[in-house]
Design a protein around this ligand. Structure first.
Ligand code: 4NP
Length: 150
């Protein structure tokens, strides 16, 4: 199972999801690949946002070694599931996809609330208080992903 988490910048939301799901995959002894990317390249090469790192570390997960990268069309060949974190991310992925098969692309939160096509709130635009609720939402959704595919 190869999973890619995709948000806009790959510094706030999807790096948390990469760290959290990798942690759970290890706990369950599963042989999955979990990575993340962003549809824009503004932050390519950067470590996750300091508050994303902090909230993960407070839950025993060190994501400081992760680096942002840009989503590419080749990712459609590499991954089984591509989780989009928001509606604007789906629109970006569709543009990058060209003739690639969009059926691999799913709203991340549909694993928690099927069929609702909800977006994970972007904490980038707020202060530190936004990061814990986002972490908790991601954690809950990663539990659902483990239960579904393990
Ligand atoms: P993310 O948050 O998509 O959760 O990583 C963002 C980070 C940076 C920007 C937008 C969203 N930005 O426009 O720089």
């Amino acid at each position: 199972m190869k999973i890619l988490m995709v948000c806009l910048g790959n510094i706030c939301r999807s790096p948390i999801a990469e760290g959290v799901l990798r942690h759970k995959v290890k706990e369950h002894g599963l042989d999955w690949t979990v990575e993340s990317a962003g549809t824009n390249s503004y932050h390519t090469g950067e470590a996750p946002h300091k508050y994303s790192q902090k909230v993960c570390l407070e839950h025993g997960i060190d994501i400081s070694g992760q680096r942002a990268r840009t989503f590419t069309k080749n990712d459609f060949d590499t991954y089984d599931v591509i989780y989009a974190f928001a509606g604007d991310v789906v629109a970006d992925i569709r543009k990058i996809a060209g003739n690639a098969e969009m059926s691999k692309v799913k709203y991340f939160l549909n694993e928690l609330h099927p069929g609702k096509n909800e977006s994970v709130p972007d904490p980038w635009y707020g202060d530190e208080s936004g990061y814990l609720p986002v972490y908790q939402l991601i954690d809950e959704t990663c539990n659902a992903i483990i239960e579904k595919y393990k």
